[in-house]
Design a protein around this ligand. Structure first.
Ligand SMILES: *Cc1c(COP(=O)(O)O)cnc(C)c1O
Length: 386
């Protein structure tokens, strides 16, 4: 399939074909795992296909990067050894000591830790703002100093919704770029670059990989100038994934659309169940009409995703008990895999924000709804809550 044809094809077609042509010598339909660190040169500087050393480029990684760029409709994609490695590389590619960033007031705990404990000592300051409050984000921008407005939507774990199009306008007015961590939605449900964002960040560990068997990250950019800076730093900083990891992540991408649809089907049913349960207080799911971001989510997302948070009416002890009693839902961190996971953000994924403005409620439980039989998932929550 030609590159041009590919640009015009549907999401599912791109997920399966973009980034790779069947191998010219063998016809292999899947990108081989190029387990090589270096490449024979045809005379000094005579590179075959631009490959000289696998930190700079590796064909298995090139295929993955092409696929993810096509899914996000970006200019270029870059793969990293983890989501946080992608974030760190982006910060150093686009910011200098003395610069400032606006970050979500309920950012993923690891993102907050990167900003607060790594970037601050390096010289980058930050201010938290709620992603669903445009005025607060505008007020947090310091024109000329703020280089990035960084958002997640939906956020983790409070599932707040930021209006990407409006936030891009606010960021650009203030002379900043809009970075969207699209991990929770995945490119199947939302493509921030098409709504005006400048950079998309992924922890491909989650939905993109989708099988809880590999850690990885990605950046997709829509502008050639940003692409050059990120590309330079990817090579200069060196936090790249190996070919085996690239293979697994790329394999996950091929089924992203069908997995996401089932994640959404199941999450909708689980959210309905939780809403009517007496031991459950607020159910936080962007697909519910009661969610304050429901309308914006409906506008910018294809569906509402597989993540649900809920509060237990009997407090923290009850929340911990539900996590411990669930059986089909595995107690564990992470999200986005085919298996359902349950966790207590306050003590687990978000322990690093305890005592800060980003602290999460102690009675909160977060679910990553998997693609098992939904009746089993509901029965499991029912027994865990009783
Ligand atoms: C997991 C996660 C990250 C960090 O990615 P790693 O692959 O764990 O380094 C960043 N953002 C969000 C929203 C995440 O869920």
């Amino acid at each position: 399939m030609s590159q041009e044809h590919r640009q015009k094809s549907g999401f599912e077609t791109r997920a399966i074909h973009a980034g790779y042509e069947p191998d010219p010598t063998t016809g292999a339909v899947i990108p081989p795992i190029y387990a090589t660190s270096t490449y024979k040169q045809d005379g000094v500087g005579g590179l075959r296909g631009g490959y000289e050393y696998s930190r700079s480029a590796n064909p298995t990684r090139t295929a993955l990067e092409g696929a993810i760029a096509a899914l996000e409709e970006g200019e270029r994609g870059f793969a990293f050894s983890s989501g946080l490695a992608a974030e760190d590389t982006l910060l150093r590619a686009l910011c200098r000591p003395g610069d400032h960033a606006v970050i979500p007031d309920d950012a993923y705990g690891g993102t907050f830790r990167l900003f607060d404990k790594v970037a601050v000592p390096w010289g980058l300051t930050h201010s938290p703002a709620p992603v669903d409050d445009l005025d607060a984000v505008r007020a947090a921008i310091r024109p000329g100093v703020t280089k990035l407005v960084w958002i997640e939507t939906p956020t983790n774990p409070m599932l707040s919704i930021g209006d990407i199009e409006a936030l891009a306008a606010v960021a650009h007015e203030g002379g900043a770029l809009l970075v969207v961590d699209n991990t929770f939605a995945s490119p199947y449900l939302q493509q921030p670059l098409t709504l005006g964002a400048d950079v998309v960040v992924h922890s491909t560990t989650k939905y993109v990989g989708g099988h809880s068997d590999v850690v990885g990250g990605a950046l997709v950019v829509r502008d050639q100038e940003v692409a050059e800076k990120v590309g330079f730093h990817q090579n200069a900083m060196g936090a790249v994934p190996g070919p085996f990891d690239c293979f697994l992540t790329h394999r996950g991408i091929k089924t992203l659309a069908v997995r996401m649809d089932r994640h959404c089907d199941n999450a909708e049913r689980v959210a309905d169940f939780l809403t009517s349960h007496p031991k459950v207080g607020t159910v936080i799911y962007p697909g519910l009409e009661t969610h304050p971001g429901h309308e914006v989510a409906q506008r910018q997302m294809k569906r509402f995703g597989g993540m649900i948070s809920f509060r237990c009416t009997d407090g923290e002890a009850a929340a911990l008990k539900v996590c411990e009693r669930a059986e089909v839902f595995t107690l564990g961190e992470s999200l986005g895999g085919v298996e359902s996971l349950i966790e207590h953000p306050g003590r687990m994924t978000h322990a690093s924000v305890a005592g800060t403005d980003l602290e999460v409620p102690a009675d909160l439980v977060r679910l990553s709804v998997g693609i098992e039989s939904v009746d089993d998932l509901i029965a499991d929550l029912e027994q865990a809550l009783d």
